[in-house]
Design a protein around this ligand. Structure first.
Ligand SMILES: [Zn+2]
Length: 226
């Protein structure tokens, strides 16, 4: 009852690409239709095989998740929403999980949680950077996932996470360590300039494509410490 379609948009920030999920068959929900790419639109329409989705669900409004939503809505007549949906495979409930963005939600279906960008399928971190990102809200959302105690997490980027509680612990620890590293770097460099702190925390070998994300992450930590 669950199908995964991988969009052709790999990058350092999206890993192997954005995953679009179809829950149900006759009356499915489409979760995160993905980037505005005609090949991906065709792949979704082929998978739907004429079925009209009950809803097109968005975890958040970033273009690699939602740019295709309006076109898919036009083509299928289905509404775009961040709310609940009822499919032929059961109900899907929206859970507010701000932090990566203020509007971020996860979708709970049976014991499966679709987590958008709250988790990534690899590693132990996701982007939390101002102006959209809020570290305090993000840590609260990790707690919310722990309370829900799902059996499996489906991130939009990377493979499923089969041990959610361990992942919550790992993500929380990673962020607490980063907060401590930024504190130490501020003491060492006597600076609160994000560019200076990034060099001090991440070292000279940071992938150039990740530098602005790292600076954003440090800025979120500076906000959090204030
Ligand atoms: Zn995002």
């Amino acid at each position: 009852m669950l199908r995964t379609l991988l969009a052709p948009n790999p990058s350092p920030m999206t890993l192997d690409g954005t995953r679009t999920f179809l829950v149900g068959h006759g009356c499915p929900a489409v979760i995160d239709p993905g980037p505005d790419d005609p090949r991906h639109l065709q792949a979704i329409l082929d998978a739907l095989a004429g079925a009209r989705p009950a809803a097109i669900l968005l975890t958040h409004s970033h273009p690699d998740h939602g740019a295709l939503a309006a076109t898919l809505s036009q083509r299928t007549g289905s509404p775009v929403t961040q709310g609940d949906a009822e499919t032929d495979a059961g109900a899907i409930r929206a859970i507010a999980t701000p932090g990566h963005t203020p509007d971020h939600v996860c979708f709970l279906w049976l014991d499966t949680l679709f987590v958008g960008d709250l988790f990534m399928g690899e590693g132990d971190t996701t982007l939390v950077a101002p102006p959209e990102g809020d570290l305090r809200a993000y840590l609260g959302s990790l707690e919310r996932v722990r309370e829900l105690a799902p059996r499996v997490l489906y991130p939009a980027h990377g493979p499923p996470i089969t041990d959610p509680l361990q992942a919550v612990g790992r993500y929380r620890r990673h962020r607490e360590e980063r907060v401590q590293q930024v504190r130490d770097a501020m003491r060492r460099t006597r600076s609160s300039d994000p560019a200076v702190l990034v060099r001090s925390v991440y070292g000279p070998h940071l992938h150039p494509g990740l530098r602005s994300a790292a600076e954003g992450s440090v800025r979120a930590i500076l906000d959090y410490l204030r």
